[in-house]
Write a protein that binds this ligand. Structure first.
Ligand SMILES: CC(C)(COP(=O)(O)OP(=O)(O)OC[C@H]1O[C@@H](n2cnc3c(N)ncnc32)[C@H](O)[C@@H]1OP(=O)(O)O)[C@@H](O)C(=O)NCCC(=O)NCCS
Length: 232
Protein backbone atom coordinates (compact mmCIF):
# COMPACT_ATOMS: atom_id res chain seq x y z
CA UNK A 1 0.00 0.00 0.00
CA UNK A 2 2.88 2.35 0.88
CA UNK A 3 4.58 1.40 -2.38
CA UNK A 4 1.30 2.12 -4.18
CA UNK A 5 1.07 5.51 -2.49
CA UNK A 6 4.63 6.48 -3.37
CA UNK A 7 4.07 5.49 -7.02
CA UNK A 8 0.99 7.69 -7.00
CA UNK A 9 3.00 10.61 -5.56
CA UNK A 10 5.73 9.98 -8.13
CA UNK A 11 3.13 9.87 -10.90
CA UNK A 12 1.60 13.18 -9.77
CA UNK A 13 5.09 14.71 -9.49
CA UNK A 14 5.96 13.53 -13.00
CA UNK A 15 2.66 14.90 -14.35
CA UNK A 16 3.36 18.32 -12.78
CA UNK A 17 6.89 18.32 -14.13
CA UNK A 18 5.58 17.39 -17.54
CA UNK A 19 3.10 20.26 -17.47
CA UNK A 20 5.78 22.70 -16.26
CA UNK A 21 8.20 21.58 -18.96
CA UNK A 22 5.51 21.90 -21.58
CA UNK A 23 4.73 25.41 -20.35
CA UNK A 24 8.38 26.34 -20.43
CA UNK A 25 9.48 25.09 -23.81
CA UNK A 26 7.36 22.65 -25.78
CA UNK A 27 4.57 24.91 -26.87
CA UNK A 28 4.89 26.39 -30.34
CA UNK A 29 5.53 30.13 -30.40
CA UNK A 30 2.84 32.56 -31.49
CA UNK A 31 2.89 36.28 -32.28
CA UNK A 32 -0.21 38.47 -32.26
CA UNK A 33 -0.71 41.30 -34.74
CA UNK A 34 -2.22 44.26 -32.88
CA UNK A 35 -3.39 43.90 -29.28
CA UNK A 36 -6.69 42.30 -28.34
CA UNK A 37 -6.76 41.35 -24.66
CA UNK A 38 -9.78 39.15 -25.13
CA UNK A 39 -7.85 37.18 -27.73
CA UNK A 40 -4.83 36.99 -25.41
CA UNK A 41 -7.14 35.43 -22.79
CA UNK A 42 -8.37 32.92 -25.37
CA UNK A 43 -4.83 31.92 -26.42
CA UNK A 44 -3.75 31.51 -22.79
CA UNK A 45 -6.86 29.56 -21.82
CA UNK A 46 -6.56 27.18 -24.78
CA UNK A 47 -2.91 26.63 -23.82
CA UNK A 48 -1.80 25.51 -27.29
CA UNK A 49 0.74 28.29 -27.89
CA UNK A 50 3.29 30.35 -26.05
CA UNK A 51 2.64 34.02 -26.84
CA UNK A 52 6.02 35.43 -27.81
CA UNK A 53 4.85 39.00 -28.35
CA UNK A 54 3.03 41.54 -30.46
CA UNK A 55 3.56 43.11 -33.85
CA UNK A 56 2.19 46.63 -33.81
CA UNK A 57 3.00 50.14 -34.86
CA UNK A 58 2.44 50.43 -31.20
CA UNK A 59 1.70 52.88 -28.64
CA UNK A 60 3.97 50.92 -26.29
CA UNK A 61 2.13 52.26 -23.25
CA UNK A 62 -0.61 49.67 -24.00
CA UNK A 63 1.68 46.67 -23.83
CA UNK A 64 1.36 45.97 -20.05
CA UNK A 65 4.38 43.69 -20.02
CA UNK A 66 3.89 42.11 -23.43
CA UNK A 67 6.93 41.88 -25.67
CA UNK A 68 6.89 44.23 -28.70
CA UNK A 69 8.39 42.31 -31.63
CA UNK A 70 8.28 45.25 -34.01
CA UNK A 71 6.00 46.46 -36.75
CA UNK A 72 4.64 44.49 -39.72
CA UNK A 73 7.82 45.19 -41.69
CA UNK A 74 9.88 43.30 -39.07
CA UNK A 75 8.06 40.01 -39.70
CA UNK A 76 10.68 38.36 -41.96
CA UNK A 77 13.50 39.22 -39.54
CA UNK A 78 11.63 37.90 -36.48
CA UNK A 79 10.50 34.79 -38.37
CA UNK A 80 14.12 33.98 -39.22
CA UNK A 81 14.97 34.12 -35.49
CA UNK A 82 12.06 31.87 -34.42
CA UNK A 83 11.60 28.99 -36.84
CA UNK A 84 7.96 27.92 -37.05
CA UNK A 85 6.63 31.11 -35.45
CA UNK A 86 2.87 31.37 -36.05
CA UNK A 87 0.65 34.44 -36.28
CA UNK A 88 -2.81 35.30 -35.00
CA UNK A 89 -4.46 38.38 -36.51
CA UNK A 90 -6.21 40.38 -33.80
CA UNK A 91 -6.97 43.48 -35.84
CA UNK A 92 -10.70 44.24 -36.16
CA UNK A 93 -11.22 46.20 -39.42
CA UNK A 94 -11.84 43.56 -42.12
CA UNK A 95 -9.89 45.25 -44.95
CA UNK A 96 -6.77 45.61 -42.78
CA UNK A 97 -7.00 42.01 -41.52
CA UNK A 98 -7.28 40.83 -45.11
CA UNK A 99 -4.14 42.76 -46.15
CA UNK A 100 -2.21 41.49 -43.12
CA UNK A 101 -3.21 37.91 -43.96
CA UNK A 102 -1.43 38.35 -47.30
CA UNK A 103 1.53 40.06 -45.65
CA UNK A 104 2.13 37.41 -42.95
CA UNK A 105 1.34 34.51 -45.29
CA UNK A 106 -1.60 32.09 -45.20
CA UNK A 107 0.66 29.24 -44.07
CA UNK A 108 1.65 31.15 -40.91
CA UNK A 109 -1.74 32.39 -39.72
CA UNK A 110 -3.57 30.15 -37.22
CA UNK A 111 -7.19 29.93 -36.13
CA UNK A 112 -8.06 30.54 -32.48
CA UNK A 113 -11.30 28.91 -31.38
CA UNK A 114 -12.48 29.14 -27.79
CA UNK A 115 -13.31 25.89 -26.06
CA UNK A 116 -16.20 27.83 -24.54
CA UNK A 117 -17.87 28.33 -27.93
CA UNK A 118 -20.48 26.00 -29.43
CA UNK A 119 -19.87 24.97 -33.00
CA UNK A 120 -22.22 22.52 -34.70
CA UNK A 121 -20.44 19.54 -36.26
CA UNK A 122 -22.44 20.45 -39.37
CA UNK A 123 -20.98 23.95 -39.61
CA UNK A 124 -18.20 24.58 -42.11
CA UNK A 125 -15.24 26.67 -41.00
CA UNK A 126 -12.41 28.05 -43.13
CA UNK A 127 -8.84 28.82 -42.07
CA UNK A 128 -7.44 31.67 -39.95
CA UNK A 129 -10.65 32.37 -38.04
CA UNK A 130 -11.16 33.64 -34.51
CA UNK A 131 -14.16 32.35 -32.58
CA UNK A 132 -14.52 33.76 -29.09
CA UNK A 133 -16.15 32.34 -25.98
CA UNK A 134 -19.92 32.25 -25.91
CA UNK A 135 -20.16 32.18 -29.71
CA UNK A 136 -22.71 29.79 -31.20
CA UNK A 137 -22.39 28.53 -34.76
CA UNK A 138 -25.37 26.48 -35.87
CA UNK A 139 -25.75 23.62 -38.37
CA UNK A 140 -24.75 24.29 -42.00
CA UNK A 141 -23.49 27.76 -41.22
CA UNK A 142 -20.31 28.72 -43.10
CA UNK A 143 -17.43 30.97 -42.01
CA UNK A 144 -15.04 32.23 -44.67
CA UNK A 145 -11.29 32.63 -44.30
CA UNK A 146 -10.08 35.11 -41.69
CA UNK A 147 -13.45 35.80 -40.03
CA UNK A 148 -13.36 37.21 -36.52
CA UNK A 149 -16.37 36.40 -34.35
CA UNK A 150 -16.46 38.23 -31.02
CA UNK A 151 -17.92 37.04 -27.73
CA UNK A 152 -21.52 35.87 -27.53
CA UNK A 153 -22.30 36.36 -31.23
CA UNK A 154 -24.59 33.79 -32.86
CA UNK A 155 -24.52 32.60 -36.46
CA UNK A 156 -27.72 30.71 -37.12
CA UNK A 157 -28.34 27.78 -39.45
CA UNK A 158 -27.26 28.00 -43.11
CA UNK A 159 -25.91 31.52 -42.87
CA UNK A 160 -22.82 32.28 -44.94
CA UNK A 161 -20.25 34.71 -43.63
CA UNK A 162 -17.78 35.85 -46.30
CA UNK A 163 -13.99 36.07 -45.95
CA UNK A 164 -12.53 38.49 -43.37
CA UNK A 165 -15.86 39.58 -41.90
CA UNK A 166 -15.88 40.86 -38.32
CA UNK A 167 -18.92 40.11 -36.19
CA UNK A 168 -18.86 42.24 -33.03
CA UNK A 169 -19.97 41.06 -29.56
CA UNK A 170 -23.50 39.76 -29.19
CA UNK A 171 -24.55 40.20 -32.82
CA UNK A 172 -27.23 37.78 -33.99
CA UNK A 173 -27.11 36.58 -37.56
CA UNK A 174 -30.37 34.72 -38.09
CA UNK A 175 -30.90 31.81 -40.48
CA UNK A 176 -29.88 31.71 -44.17
CA UNK A 177 -28.34 35.19 -44.12
CA UNK A 178 -25.53 35.95 -46.59
CA UNK A 179 -22.84 38.43 -45.63
CA UNK A 180 -20.36 39.51 -48.29
CA UNK A 181 -16.61 39.46 -47.76
CA UNK A 182 -15.04 42.19 -45.64
CA UNK A 183 -18.23 43.30 -43.90
CA UNK A 184 -18.41 44.55 -40.32
CA UNK A 185 -21.44 43.78 -38.17
CA UNK A 186 -21.62 46.01 -35.07
CA UNK A 187 -22.17 44.88 -31.50
CA UNK A 188 -25.63 43.60 -30.69
CA UNK A 189 -26.91 44.01 -34.25
CA UNK A 190 -29.59 41.61 -35.46
CA UNK A 191 -29.72 40.55 -39.09
CA UNK A 192 -33.08 39.05 -39.97
CA UNK A 193 -33.30 35.68 -41.70
CA UNK A 194 -32.56 35.50 -45.45
CA UNK A 195 -31.23 39.08 -45.62
CA UNK A 196 -28.23 39.63 -47.92
CA UNK A 197 -25.50 42.05 -46.97
CA UNK A 198 -23.11 43.09 -49.73
CA UNK A 199 -19.33 42.96 -49.53
CA UNK A 200 -17.61 45.61 -47.43
CA UNK A 201 -20.81 46.81 -45.75
CA UNK A 202 -20.96 48.09 -42.17
CA UNK A 203 -23.85 47.56 -39.81
CA UNK A 204 -24.02 49.89 -36.80
CA UNK A 205 -24.10 48.66 -33.23
CA UNK A 206 -27.62 47.72 -32.16
CA UNK A 207 -29.08 47.90 -35.68
CA UNK A 208 -31.88 45.59 -36.75
CA UNK A 209 -31.40 44.78 -40.43
CA UNK A 210 -34.63 43.70 -42.07
CA UNK A 211 -33.79 44.22 -45.75
CA UNK A 212 -30.79 43.71 -48.02
CA UNK A 213 -27.83 46.08 -47.70
CA UNK A 214 -25.83 46.97 -50.83
CA UNK A 215 -22.05 46.49 -50.93
CA UNK A 216 -20.01 49.16 -49.20
CA UNK A 217 -22.93 50.81 -47.42
CA UNK A 218 -23.07 51.70 -43.72
CA UNK A 219 -26.51 51.40 -42.16
CA UNK A 220 -27.73 52.12 -38.63
CA UNK A 221 -30.98 52.11 -36.69
CA UNK A 222 -33.98 50.01 -35.76
CA UNK A 223 -34.96 49.11 -38.38
CA UNK A 224 -31.67 49.85 -40.13
CA UNK A 225 -33.08 52.30 -42.66
CA UNK A 226 -30.55 55.09 -42.19
CA UNK A 227 -27.57 55.02 -44.53
CA UNK A 228 -24.51 56.98 -43.47
CA UNK A 229 -23.24 58.83 -46.51
CA UNK A 230 -19.64 59.47 -45.68
CA UNK A 231 -16.72 57.21 -46.51
CA UNK A 232 -15.92 54.61 -43.84
C1 LIG B 1 -22.07 52.69 -37.63
C2 LIG B 1 -20.71 53.23 -37.26
C3 LIG B 1 -19.63 52.40 -37.98
C4 LIG B 1 -20.64 54.69 -37.74
O1 LIG B 1 -19.46 55.26 -37.28
P1 LIG B 1 -19.12 56.78 -37.73
O2 LIG B 1 -19.05 56.88 -39.20
O3 LIG B 1 -17.93 57.20 -36.96
O4 LIG B 1 -20.45 57.56 -37.32
P2 LIG B 1 -20.61 58.79 -36.34
O5 LIG B 1 -20.27 58.38 -34.95
O6 LIG B 1 -19.91 59.97 -36.94
O7 LIG B 1 -22.17 59.02 -36.41
C5 LIG B 1 -22.82 59.49 -37.58
C6 LIG B 1 -24.29 59.56 -37.26
O8 LIG B 1 -24.81 58.23 -37.16
C7 LIG B 1 -25.36 58.01 -35.85
N1 LIG B 1 -24.93 56.65 -35.44
C8 LIG B 1 -23.68 56.17 -35.40
N2 LIG B 1 -23.69 54.90 -35.01
C9 LIG B 1 -24.97 54.57 -34.79
C10 LIG B 1 -25.60 53.40 -34.36
N3 LIG B 1 -24.91 52.30 -34.11
N4 LIG B 1 -26.94 53.40 -34.26
C11 LIG B 1 -27.66 54.53 -34.52
N5 LIG B 1 -27.11 55.69 -34.94
C12 LIG B 1 -25.79 55.71 -35.07
C13 LIG B 1 -24.75 59.08 -34.96
O9 LIG B 1 -25.58 59.36 -33.89
C14 LIG B 1 -24.62 60.23 -35.93
O10 LIG B 1 -25.89 60.81 -36.05
P3 LIG B 1 -26.08 62.40 -36.38
O11 LIG B 1 -25.49 62.60 -37.75
O12 LIG B 1 -27.56 62.57 -36.34
O13 LIG B 1 -25.34 63.12 -35.30
C15 LIG B 1 -20.44 53.16 -35.73
O14 LIG B 1 -21.14 54.15 -35.02
C16 LIG B 1 -20.80 51.81 -35.11
O15 LIG B 1 -21.93 51.53 -34.70
N6 LIG B 1 -19.76 50.94 -35.05
C17 LIG B 1 -19.85 49.66 -34.43
C18 LIG B 1 -19.16 49.70 -33.06
C19 LIG B 1 -19.05 48.32 -32.47
O16 LIG B 1 -19.92 47.50 -32.56
N7 LIG B 1 -17.92 48.06 -31.86
C20 LIG B 1 -17.65 46.76 -31.30
C21 LIG B 1 -16.25 46.76 -30.77
S1 LIG B 1 -15.74 45.13 -30.31
Amino acid sequence: MVAGLSSLVLLCFCDSLEILNKMASDLPKLAMVSIDWDLIDLIEQNGDFDLLGIFDRADVSNLRGLNLLGSDSDWEKVKSEYAGLKIVLAIDPPHIRSKLYEHYGAENVISAISKASYISTRALLSAAIIVQRGVTIMPHAFLGTGCKIHINATIHHESKIGDFCTIAPGAQILGSVEIGAGSYIGAGAIVRQRVRIGAGAKIGAGAVVVKDVPSGQTVVGVPADRTLKREH
